[in-house]
Design a protein around this ligand. Structure first.
Ligand SMILES: Nc1ncnc2c1ncn2[C@@H]1O[C@H](COP(=O)(O)OP(=O)(O)OP(=O)(O)O)[C@@H](O)[C@H]1O
Length: 202
C-alpha cells in the first residue's frame, strides 16, 4: 500500500508541485500523465525518498519495498546484462534467476547477450531498467517513461508484464506523456500546473 498526501515541492523560487495525493492498493495499476516538466519524475523521486518534499507525506506498508525506474538507470557499462542484474540483486540477496529469465523473455531482451551494457541501445537499456525494478519481488513499482524506445512486440510484452505484476498483488505506478495502450489502469491521474488530479481518459 502506498499513500501520498499533500505533496508539494519547490526548487528555490520554482514551485513544481503544489498538491499531490494518491493511494495505491496492492494489485492496483495507476497512470500519471503530464507535459514535459510537469513534475512526474520529481514526484517519483519524492516517493522513493531521493528528494525531500517541501510539504506532505509518503507512507508505505512496513513490508513494502520500492522498485523504480526513474530517468536513466545506472549500470556497470563494462559488464554484461546478466552480470549487472546478478550483481544488483545479490546486494540484497534476492537474485532469482528463473524470474530474471522470464522477465527477459517477456520483454524480448537477450539475457545471454555478451555485449557490454555500454553498447546497449536506448530500448535495450530501458528493458534492463524495467527488469531491475521488478526482479527482486518489489511490492511498489514506479516506472517513469518505461516504454521509451520499446518496439511494438516489446510493448505488448510490457503490458503482459504489468498485468502479471498486478496479478501478483504488486502496486504499479507508471508515468508517461502518453497513455500506454493495452495496459489496464485502475486509476488515471494528470499532473498539471502543480496539481495531481484524477482524470478519466481511459
Ligand atoms: N534538482 C532540481 N533543481 C531544480 N529544478 C528542478 C530539479 N529537478 C527538477 N527540476 C524542475 O522541476 C520541473 C519538473 O521536472 P521533472 O523532471 O519532474 O518533470 P517531468 O514531468 O518528469 O518531465 P519529462 O516529462 O520531461 O520527463 C522542471 O521544470 C525541472 O526543471
Amino acid at each position: 500500500m502506498l499513500q501520498i498526501d499533500g505533496i508539494a515541492m519547490r526548487f528555490k523560487e520554482k514551485q513544481v508541485i503544489t498538491n499531490a495525493s494518491l493511494t495505491l492498493q496492492p494489485g492496483e495499476v495507476a497512470h500519471i500523465s503530464g507535459a514535459n516538466g510537469s513534475g512526474k519524475s520529481t514526484l517519483f523521486k519524492i516517493i522513493v525518498g531521493l528528494l525531500v518534499p517541501t510539504a506532505g507525506s509518503v507512507v508505505k506498508g512496513d513490508a513494502d519495498v520500492f522498485g523504480a525506474l526513474i530517468e536513466n538507470p545506472g549500470f556497470f557499462e563494462f559488464e554484461t546484462l546478466a552480470r549487472n542484474l546478478k550483481f544488483l540483486a545479490e546486494l540484497r540477496g534476492t537474485y532469482n534467476l528463473p524470474w530474471v529469465k522470464e522477465l527477459s523473455q517477456i520483454l524480448r531482451l537477450d539475457l545471454d547477450n555478451k555485449d557490454k551494457m555500454g553498447k546497449f541501445s536506448v530500448g535495450m537499456r530501458q528493458k534492463a531498467g524495467i527488469i531491475q525494478a521488478v526482479m527482486e519481488d518489489q511490492s511498489i513499482i514506479l516506472l517513469d517513461e518505461p516504454t521509451r524506445g520499446l518496439d511494438e512486440p516489446s510493448l505488448a510484452g510490457f503490458s503482459d508484464l504489468i498485468a502479471k505484476l498486478a496479478d501478483q498483488g504488486k502496486s504499479v505506478l507508471i508515468a508517461s506523456h502518453d497513455i500506454i495502450p493495452s495496459v489496464q489502469y485502475q486509476r488515471m491521474y494528470l499532473l498539471e500546473d502543480g496539481l495531481l488530479v484524477a482524470s478519466n481518459e481511459n
